[in-house]
Design a protein around this ligand. Sequence first.
Ligand SMILES: NC(=O)c1ccc[n+]([C@@H]2O[C@H](COP(=O)([O-])OP(=O)(O)OC[C@H]3O[C@@H](n4cnc5c(N)ncnc54)[C@H](O)[C@@H]3O)[C@@H](O)[C@H]2O)c1
Length: 253
Amino acid sequence: MIQYDFSGQTAIITGAASGVGLHTARRLHDSGARISLWDIDAAALSRAAQELGSGDRVDTRVVDVCQKESILVATREVLKRWARIDILINNAGIIRPPSVLAEVSLKDWQDVLDINLTGTFLCCQAVIPHMAEVGYGRVVNIGSTSGKEGNPFTPAYSAAKAGVMAMTKSLAKEFAKQGVLVNCVAPTVLDTPMTRRNIEIAPERTQKLLEKIPMGRFGQVDELATMLLWLSSSECSFSTGAVFDLSGGRATY
Ligand SMILES: NC(=O)c1ccc[n+]([C@@H]2O[C@H](COP(=O)([O-])OP(=O)(O)OC[C@H]3O[C@@H](n4cnc5c(N)ncnc54)[C@H](O)[C@@H]3O)[C@@H](O)[C@H]2O)c1
């Protein structure tokens, strides 16, 4: 495994109490980074903090990524503690059970757009200016194959993730000359708590998604974390506004 050295760098990871976020936080911490874990789930966050150890490189904050004020306060607190923010991983996200168009409630539509897309926007808006000021930053947003292909029966999730990818390209161009690189990853189905909940709710649909993956398996969080670490590092230096697939051969464009 390639070992990065993130000593002296600060990373914020949203949705960090579970799945991809927690595992990526662990990998960044193991590579020397100071990590600030943001999540709306206080109990899960405190379990994550226990697991990571309450050393002086671990910081946890209950943050709702849909609430601008909550994000601004957390950003200020992280800066007060560690003076700089080098890495922002916008990972917080939700999906609702698959549903035919006629039955998609406006609330579900809005919740999915708010957390996946507006949440990513608000965190970028709060953090990127500080990165631009010092002339260095790495932002990675989590998209999805759904955002490229439009998975059936998940119109809100597909639209939100497509929005995340388009916003990534827009912000990348705005900050390209200021040392802040903004990229996105588009994973297909991963083996995480989110997926395990979906398997319980809609086993047949999950089986269909599995059949679309040429490698015939779901992705592992560590495989995504490996990509996220490279995108968070200074080794990634000429890619910005890019969407990186992680799909076991499913993505064709
Ligand atoms: N699991 C997959 O198959 C898959 C595939 C493609 C993309 N993704 C994306 O990867 C990311 C992580 O997914 P996961 O599978 O690890 O999910 P997960 O459900 O295990 O973790 C998501 C975390 O986000 C947190 N969260 C939810 N709403 C929040 C809010 N308003 N504010 C702050 N935190 C909030 C949850 O509490 C949870 O800890 C998501 O953006 C998801 O859409 C997942």
